[in-house]
Design a protein around this ligand. Structure first.
Ligand code: CA
Ligand code: ZN
Length: 296
C-alpha cells in the first residue's frame, strides 16, 4: 500500500507542487500527518517559539500532495476516509483577545492533553475524542493557497464532519488533483471558537475515486454523519459570502439531480440546515446540510 510519510509536507496547496506519490483511481493510500504546530509543541505542552520565528516549522502543514491518475480539471476527486488514527496526546493554545473572545484578556497558554482509552480529561470532566481532519484539499486553480487558508479547493476548512466513515468530494483544478491533508483534531466543536482544536497528528487512510466531469463548485461531503447527509462546505472572507456559496453549491446539486428551480428552493427552506465550521481562520467556513434522500 502507498504510504506518504509526514516528511513529505507542504505549506501551500498549488498546482506547481511536485507530487509526493502517485496512485491509481480506486487506490487506498495512507497519509502520515504532522500536527498544526509542525511538531513545535512537545508532549509536556512546551512550544518552541524560537523555531517558529526562525522559520524552522511550517504553519499548518499538509502531507502530500498525492497525484491521482486520471483526475483532470472539471472532475471531482472523491476521498473516502477509511480510518483516522491519532497519536496518544493533543495540544491546545488559547484564544484570548481574538474573534469570539476579543473582550477577554488572558495569558497565552499551551497545554497538552493525554488521550486515555479514547477520552480526554478537563475540569474534572471526561470527554470522548472524535478525531477529524482540519486541513484537506486539492491544488486550487490559479495561484497557490497557503494551507492555513480554506477556499473552494478545501484547505483549512476545520469541518468536524470530516471524520472516519465520511466521503468528501473536491473540485479538481490541476492534473492529478494533488490531494494533501493534515491538521488532525481529536476534538473540535463547530466554530473552533477559542482558536484551536485539540491539535494532534496521526495516520489517515483514504480511498480515492475520480468522478469524471462532476462540475462541483465547493468541497462536498457525499456521505457524512450517521444519517449519511450531503453537506456543501464553503469559505469566504465574510459569513454572508460563505453562506451564499454553500447554499448555491447545494442548490446546484439539487438542480443537477433534476429538481425544479422553485421546488428546489422551497425544499431547501424546508430541509436544509446551515452550520458554522470555523470562525478563526483567514476565511470563515460554513456548511449547508441536507438528507441524502433528496439526491436519490
Ligand atoms: Ca485548522
Ligand atoms: Zn488545527
Amino acid at each position: 500500500m502507498i504510504k506518504i510519510p509526514c516528511t513529505s509536507k507542504i505549506d501551500i496547496m498549488s498546482a506547481s507542487n511536485a507530487p509526493a506519490a502517485r496512485c491509481k483511481d480506486g487506490d487506498t493510500v495512507i497519509f502520515e500527518t504532522m500536527d498544526c504546530y509542525d511538531g513545535a509543541v512537545s508532549r509536556d505542552g512546551i512550544r518552541d517559539w524560537e523555531g517558529k520565528v526562525c522559520g524552522k516549522y511550517m504553519a499548518n502543514p499538509a502531507t502530500g500532495p498525492l497525484y491521482v491518475e486520471g483526475a483532470e480539471p472539471g472532475d471531482a476527486l472523491g476521498v473516502e476516509i477509511l480510518s483516522i488514527k491519532t497519536r496518544g496526546w493533543g495540544a491546545m493554545g488559547t484564544g484570548f483577545g481574538e474573534h469570539g473572545f476579543k473582550n477577554y484578556e488572558g495569558e497565552y497558554v499551551m497545554r497538552a492533553f493525554e488521550f486515555e482509552d479514547g477520552f480526554v480529561k478537563i475540569g474534572g470532566k471526561k470527554i470522548a475524542i472524535e478525531p477529524m481532519i482540519g486541513v484537506i484539499g486539492v491544488a486550487p486553480a490559479g495561484d497557490g493557497i497557503p494551507t492555513v487558508t480554506p477556499d473552494s479547493h478545501g484547505g483549512n476548512m476545520d469541518c468536524n464532519k470530516i471524520v472516519e466513515g465520511s466521503t468528501i468530494l473536491f473540485p479538481v483544478a490541476a492534473e492529478g488533483g494533488l490531494l494533501a491533508m493534515g491538521d488532525l483534531h481529536a476534538l473540535m466543536g463547530d466554530g473552533e471558537v477559542f482558536e484551536y482544536g485539540l491539535e494532534t497528528s496521526g495516520e489517515v487512510t483514504v480511498r480515492v475515486k475520480v468522478i469524471k466531469k462532476a462540475e462541483l463548485r465547493q468541497p462536498t461531503l457525499a456521505e457524512a454523519d450517521e444519517k449519511g447527509r450531503v453537506m456543501t462546505i464553503a469559505s469566504a472572507l465574510t459569513y454572508e459570502d460563505a453562506i451564499r456559496l454553500a447554499l448555491e453549491a447545494m442548490y446546484e446539486l439539487l438542480l443537477a439531480k433534476g429538481w425544479d428551480k422553485t421546488e428546489a428552493g422551497m425544499l431547501m427552506s424546508m430541509k436544509c440546515d446551515l452550520a458554522i465550521c470555523q470562525i478563526v481562520d483567514p476565511q470563515v467556513t460554513v456548511r449547508a446540510m441536507m438528507d441524502k434522500e433528496f439526491f436519490e
